[in-house]
Design a protein around this ligand. Structure first.
Ligand SMILES: [Fe+2]
Length: 203
């Protein structure tokens, strides 16, 4: 009970940090349903619940990302949506650098993966670090979002400042990602802070 309360308070703190950004920049109704993209080779099922997903304190630039999950109209928030992200570390490696169920791995091998749920206003937030590059991929975060009455979404988000760069052109994956999946990260006291709203299709 105590730890659940602590978790809620921690999540509320993360959300309040993001609140000004969220209010200033919410474009979900202009986006339409969020487009899908492959989960890639590094999806591990049954990742732990938590909003600070850098549990191992891996080095890197701090990152906060949050937003709102909406229904298909892009206006109605979806409460209790399950939001899962996973991404590479600052050197481009996943932890674990593999796939399958989490039970295949030791606790110390798991980092930069986590699951949270939206609050009554449809909001979620994570704290982590800015992922690095690997292979020919542009910088990205993987997402899986699910909610009752809606189609599950697997997708990826990108960094707006990489759009149109040689790095982006070298990346053959997900070439037609819509504008709303390019997140405009702002620098706030040394942390990259971004908003990513998700619009789910009705089931
Ligand atoms: Fe990836």
């Amino acid at each position: 009970m105590k730890s659940a309360r602590r978790r809620l308070l921690r999540q509320a703190g993360t959300l309040s940090v993001l609140a000004p950004v969220t209010q200033a920049w919410s474009q979900s109704s202009a986006c339409g349903p969020t487009g899908s993209a492959t989960a890639g080779p590094f999806y591990v099922s049954n990742a732990p619940e938590g909003v600070d997903i850098n549990a191992a304190k891996a080095p890197g630039k701090p990152m906060r990302i949050g937003g709102t999950v909406y229904g298909e109209d892009g206006v109605t928030p979806v409460a209790r949506a399950r939001v899962e992200i996973w991404h590479a570390d600052a050197d481009g490696a996943y932890h674990p650098n593999g796939s399958g169920d989490i039970s295949r791995y030791r606790r110390g091998e798991i980092n930069l993966r986590g699951v949270t749920h939206t609050d009554n206003a449809g909001r979620y937030a994570f704290t982590s670090l800015v992922p690095g590059h690997y292979g020919n991929r542009r910088r990205h975060i993987h997402w899986r979002v699910a909610a009752a009455g809606h189609r599950e979404l697997t997708t990826q988000s990108y960094w707006l400042d990489e759009r149109g760069t040689a790095r982006e052109r070298s990346d053959g994956a997900d070439r037609r990602a819509e504008a709303c999946r390019w997140v405009d990260f702002k620098d706030e006291q040394g942390a990259a802070v971004g908003v990513f709203d998700v619009v789910l299709k009705t089931a």
